[in-house]
Design a protein around this ligand. Sequence first.
Ligand SMILES: Cc1cc2nc3c(=O)[nH]c(=O)nc-3n(C[C@H](O)[C@H](O)[C@H](O)COP(=O)(O)OP(=O)(O)OC[C@H]3O[C@@H](n4cnc5c(N)ncnc54)[C@H](O)[C@@H]3O)c2cc1C
Length: 261
Amino acid sequence: MKQMHMRILSNQQVSDRYWHMVVDAAGLDAEVMPGQFFNIRCSGETYPLLRRPFSIYRINRNERTLEFLYLVKGLGTKRLTERKAGETVDIFGPLGRSFELQDGWKTVLLVARGVGIATLTALAQDAAEKGIRAAAILSARSRNDLLAAETLQGFGAHVYKVTEENGNSDVESVHRLIEQILAEHKIDAAFTCGSKRLSRLLRDVTASRGIPAQIALEEHMGCAMGVCFACVCDVREGEALKTVRVCKEGPVFPLEKVVLA
Ligand SMILES: Cc1cc2nc3c(=O)[nH]c(=O)nc-3n(C[C@H](O)[C@H](O)[C@H](O)COP(=O)(O)OP(=O)(O)OC[C@H]3O[C@@H](n4cnc5c(N)ncnc54)[C@H](O)[C@@H]3O)c2cc1C
């Protein structure tokens, strides 16, 4: 991990609530893996003081650029939208544990909700590069928020869109969709990010079939370096519960181990 000032190549609004930022990562010598994140100083001002964590959305190894897809939530992300191409942004990373794709896997299932779509897009990119196909359920409030659908299709993913707008994003409907996908494809592993409800559903479905599954957690973070313990969660270790830091031991965990409160 490294703190760097990366040049912003573009920072554009892509829907009502989402922005897309591309930075020049030529000076970054560390390998970036899907599921990892960067802690970004959103503004040059003292407030907000803390950096904000963002998953890597796309890793362009040839162009040596990194892409982030972010939802405008509060002051930090609002300040980030004000950053212009040509300016530099103070970025710290890559941080955390990445998703793992095993040799021999042929098809994986991705279940993403909201901004979790950003996190799983990098995984779909990596899977495509390894010759692994992805079936991706993208869930969002509205069709406008399903930004990454085309990007995922570009990686060869079979995309299933569900939204509140269309009335098909409730747990029961997504459950039926997962069952349909499992009947149509031999799924070797599953991955999720962005919704505790859908993560619990995916955990139950994958556990009953013995399909390995991983989750990327998004918790409020302070330092993102494992020092402040602001982002802890509980994981099962045998019969016991262990408290771990999402920034350091995660954000990616085996799905069956995480206590999804
Ligand atoms: C590992 C990781 C990866 C992430 N990747 C992305 C990404 O790729 N794209 C993206 O848009 N967002 C991502 N997030 C979430 C993003 O960090 C927060 O939305 C951002 O920090 C909000 O900052 P803010 O100053 O705009 O809002 P704040 O003023 O800090 O918060 C606004 C509201 O959002 C809530 N909130 C803030 N952070 C979180 C959080 N981590 N979890 C749940 N609720 C929160 C606050 O309680 C408050 O209600 C990620 C978070 C983590 C931990």
